[in-house]
Design a protein around this ligand. Structure first.
Ligand SMILES: *Cc1c(COP(=O)(O)O)cnc(C)c1O
Ligand code: SF4
Length: 363
């Protein structure tokens, strides 16, 4: 959207404010009235918007809003951050928790589905809520635990689980915390003798790139080997600000990889996918995974047809540098984990038949 109009909405915030991640956090758009003022008739009507907001709250940083160009639901950024009626009308048969994560929580705020690595959910909060988020069930729930208690629970589990060599610091988005809290998290996990590797999963470089500061990079540098995974889903998100944020991490010695979600209307055309992958390669961010969109409740309208998506990625594989090619996977419940779909297309999938709803009409 027109940044000038947007700034006037925020009382003509200065460019110093705009570049300050705290200003971005404090001015996240969370009210449906604000969305109506900014985007008017393009959105669902007021009643529907309020209903949507009560189930899946609205939450978008001013920076990410400023990337919306066209008609909001034809714009790859608008589609990802603005609420649509289908979230609560379509595909209600899908489960809230398709990966059965809640059966794999041996301790509060830990998801452990693999022997050697696990997720530490350090927050449920994000700089921007993505409408396709597979954990959107958590947005409207109170966290039920304060920061210190949360960290204690996680540390106790990790300390007692000697098979875990890698901790994925996730959420939510861990970078919503200030540097002091991030340092507490990193120091706490690093102090566990058998934890060899830390990984941060954060969408901040995409939705609030000003969060990546020199000071944060100096802090992160002290906790290497530290790997950073983010989530660009469309080339229009690779702005100079986002590229600078990734470059700062890379220059710090922190490898940056990308986990995209395949989203209908965002990146499911050959052109959009190529532009995304080549765009990432050009900023030295390694495409790591492309997730088939999960059958999570509230996300059904983002799901693409699996058969044509496999064809899309097979075509792209032929004409794309291996360095720009992510592994296209479907994440499956429990310890089945992430299944590479191009390999699956060439093999029988008997063992997966009880999870048929993951594949819809794919055979
Ligand atoms: C995806 C995931 C991981 C990480 O898997 P990688 O293949 O190493 O990226 C770890 N734990 C859980 C619960 C996951 O969902
Ligand atoms: S940043 Fe990640 S956890 Fe947060 S809403 Fe987006 S996909 Fe979900």
């Amino acid at each position: 959207m027109n940044k000038k109009n947007l700034l006037s909405y925020f009382n003509n915030a200065s460019s110093k404010d705009w570049k300050d991640w705290r200003w971005q956090m404090n001015n996240r758009v969370r009210k449906t009235e604000t969305l109506h003022q900014l985007f008017g008739k393009n959105l669902p009507d007021k009643d529907n918007l309020n209903k949507l907001n009560s189930i899946y709250p609205v939450n978008v940083s001013p920076y990410y809003l400023s990337l919306i160009n066209d008609n909001v639901f034809e714009d790859p950024v608008g589609i990802q951050c603005l609420p649509q009626a289908q979230e609560i009308t379509a595909f209600q048969e899908y489960p809230h928790d398709p990966l059965e994560e809640e059966n794999h929580m041996p301790s509060p705020k830990i998801i452990n589905r693999y022997p050697d690595r696990c997720l530490a959910l350090v927050t449920e909060n994000c700089a921007t809520y993505c409408r396709h988020c597979n954990r959107k069930r958590l947005w409207a729930q109170p966290a039920g635990i304060n920061f210190k208690k949360r960290l204690q629970h996680i540390a106790r589990y990790l300390g007692a689980s000697e098979q875990i060599r890698e901790v994925i610091i996730s959420g939510g988005d861990p970078l919503i915390y200030d540097d002091d809290k991030i340092e507490m998290i990193l120091a706490c996990f690093k102090a566990i003798p058998h934890v060899e590797i830390l990984r941060i999963g954060s969408r901040s470089p995409v939705v609030m790139p000003m969060r990546i500061t020199r000071k944060l990079c100096r802090l992160l540098k002290r906790y290497r080997p530290l790997w950073f995974n983010t989530q660009f889903n469309h080339a229009s998100e690779i702005t100079p600000d986002a590229a600078r944020a990734c470059n700062m991490l890379l220059e710090t010695g922190i490898p940056v990889s990308n986990q995209s979600v395949l989203l209908k209307g965002v990146n499911d055309s050959p052109q959009a996918m190529r532009d995304l992958l080549f765009g990432l390669q050009k900023i030295s961010v390694r495409p790591y995974y492309l997730f088939h969109c999960e059958p999570a409740r509230g996300c059904g309208h983002f799901r693409t047809d699996m058969k044509s998506s496999i064809k899309l990625m097979q075509d792209i594989r032929r004409e794309c540098s291996g360095l720009a090619l992510p592994q296209y996977v479907a994440d499956m419940p429990g310890d089945l984990g992430k299944i590479p779909l191009l390999a699956l297309a060439e093999q029988p999938k008997d063992s997966l038949s009880k999870h048929q709803y993951f594949f819809d009409n794919f055979d």
